[in-house]
Design a protein around this ligand. Structure first.
Ligand SMILES: [Cu+2]
Length: 235
């Protein structure tokens, strides 16, 4: 054991109290000017930066917040699609709210056989072209690893969350808007995350805009996703 072992798996840093105050002042100025005709918007947003332990910004991290009490009043879109293009799933990671129907259109001119053995959703779409007539309904929260029986390298992740408030990082950044004032649990998941999903309680106030930096302990992404040339014969 080296002394890195005592560092927690993750840490959160509320880094911009200052900006929060400045932004609030900037937001309140025009609102104050128009207070007679417009009520104060009762929603806030959070911005996050997600990196690995070496501070490299990460793609494909799912950031989500769940109210500590009560049920969210809004709902995310209840339909989504996970394409197959050039013998890859697109996108590689997709976050959806519990109850979302997902279509799996095959945009290649060969057949795919899509399946998952994950506890959150076990399903199989047997060898098909085009779009299967019935979507797959993701009705339990958790990670769902999706594969193709024909093309072993094809992999995608559907991450199912019990909240409408989620976003996926691009170049380390993700932002969640329209958050009602409340106390939330902020979590971050990534396909290569080691160990448990980190969680931090946060408090969102009216018109607030907070920024969080999260460093995840992730393992290296599998290097090979494309097929070896010989696998091309399995068309
Ligand atoms: Cu396939």
């Amino acid at each position: 054991m080296d002394d890195h072992a005592i560092i927690p798996l993750y840490h959160f840093r509320l880094s911009h109290y200052f900006w929060r105050i400045v932004k609030r002042a900037l937001v309140l100025l025009p609102i104050a000017a128009f207070a007679i005709c417009a009520p104060l918007a009762n929603a806030a947003s959070i911005a996050t930066t997600v990196t690995d332990k070496a501070n490299v910004p990460l793609d494909d991290a799912v950031v989500y917040v769940t109210p500590v009490s009560g049920t969210p009043s809004s709902k995310a879109a209840r339909n989504a699609q996970l394409d197959q293009v050039n013998k890859e799933f697109v996108p590689y990671v997709m976050a959806v709210q519990t109850g979302t129907s997902v279509n799996f259109p095959n945009k290649d001119n060969i057949r795919h056989h899509v399946y998952s053995f994950s506890p959150a959703k076990t399903f199989e779409l047997r060898l098909y072209s085009g779009t299967p007539s019935s979507p797959v309904i993701f009705d339990k929260p958790g990670p769902v690893v999706v594969g193709c029986n024909i093309h072993d390298w094809m992999v995608a992740y559907v991450y199912v969350v019990d909240t409408p408030y989620f976003a996926k990082t691009a170049k380390g950044s993700a932002r969640i808007d329209s958050l009602p004032d409340a106390e939330y649990e902020l979590r971050v998941w990534h396909p290569q995350l080691r160990g448990a999903v980190p969680m931090q309680r946060i408090r969102i106030g009216p018109g607030g805009a907070a920024h969080y930096t999260i460093a995840l302990d992730i393992q290296p992404k599998p290097a090979v996703r494309k097929a070896a040339p010989s696998a091309e014969s399995y068309k």
